[in-house]
Design a protein around this ligand. Structure first.
Ligand code: BTN
Length: 240
């Protein structure tokens, strides 16, 4: 596995997209800090704490049917790795990892198109391993870090090794079978099913109140609206 390490970079995802053709399948790009870290829906991912993880994977599998499920696969792997530190991670649909209802990890997957065909994805993850509390306070949503939750500094190299080993252990299965290959683990980590939640499709959109009913076979969220109608939610944020 090729690992490219930077002290500082604009964004590991941006680097992965710009250099996609020259990077080998399963290459790992990692940086101690990012000057323009990006999140979902064009949000900023604050990336100044150099003992956190800012990482992107270059993935170019032959079978591309289930590439969209890799974000949820990665959230399960992050939760599994975090769990080994004796805390109880939870997944907030679709792929945020939380501890005590505060976000510890976010995932951003970007497709790369060449000649109108999908070549693969850059799958990026930011994990708050050793964040500074002052920096977490800048974030406008509840956020935490593994060092804060455990009361101990986290060895970044050791965490990274566990995370990458876990990721590639079942990666082929996820590529061949999609969501069903890790569905049970995903459901195990969720804590919103059967509860009243709000769905927000975009920042500043109105929030829609509904009941989170189930996760379907493709990882989409099935909800019951206020009028008791069933709806499938394909993207957005869950607020509860
Ligand atoms: C989110 O929750 O909105 C997704 C955050 C993803 C952040 C990671 S950090 C490594 C990679 N590079 C980026 O610019 N973003 C992702």
């Amino acid at each position: 596995m090729k690992i490219l390490k930077f002290d500082s970079i604009d964004s590991t995802n941006t680097y992965g997209k710009s250099n996609f053709e020259n990077l080998e399948d399963k290459a790992v790009i990692i940086s101690d800090e990012q000057t323009q870290g990006r999140g979902r829906f064009n949000r900023t991912w604050i990336s100044q704490d150099c003992d956190n993880i800012y990482l992107s994977l270059i993935l170019k599998p032959e079978k591309k049917d289930y590439l969209a499920n890799l974000t949820q696969y990665m959230s399960v792997i992050a939760a599994k790795t975090i769990e080994t530190y004796n805390v109880a991670p939870q997944i907030k649909w679709p792929n945020d990892v939380m501890i005590n209802n505060k976000k510890v990890c976010g995932i951003l997957c970007e497709g790369v198109i060449k000649n109108n065909k999908l070549s693969g994805v850059v799958l990026g993850i930011g994990i708050n391993l050793n964040a500074n509390e002052k920096i977490l306070e800048i974030i406008n949503k509840p956020a935490t870090s593994l060092n804060i939750e455990t009361g101990k500094k986290i060895d970044k190299d050791l965490f990274l090794k566990k995370f990458l080993d876990n990721f590639f252990e079942n990666y082929e299965n996820a590529i061949q079978k999609g969501f069903e290959s890790f569905e049970q683990d995903y459901i195990k980590y969720t804590n919103f099913l059967k509860k009243t939640v709000f769905i927000q499709q975009r920042d500043n959109d109105t929030r829609k109140e509904c009941t989170a009913k189930a996760i379907d076979k493709n990882g989409n969220l099935i909800v019951l609206t206020e009028n008791n109608e069933q709806e499938i939610i394909y993207s957005g944020d869950l607020i509860y």
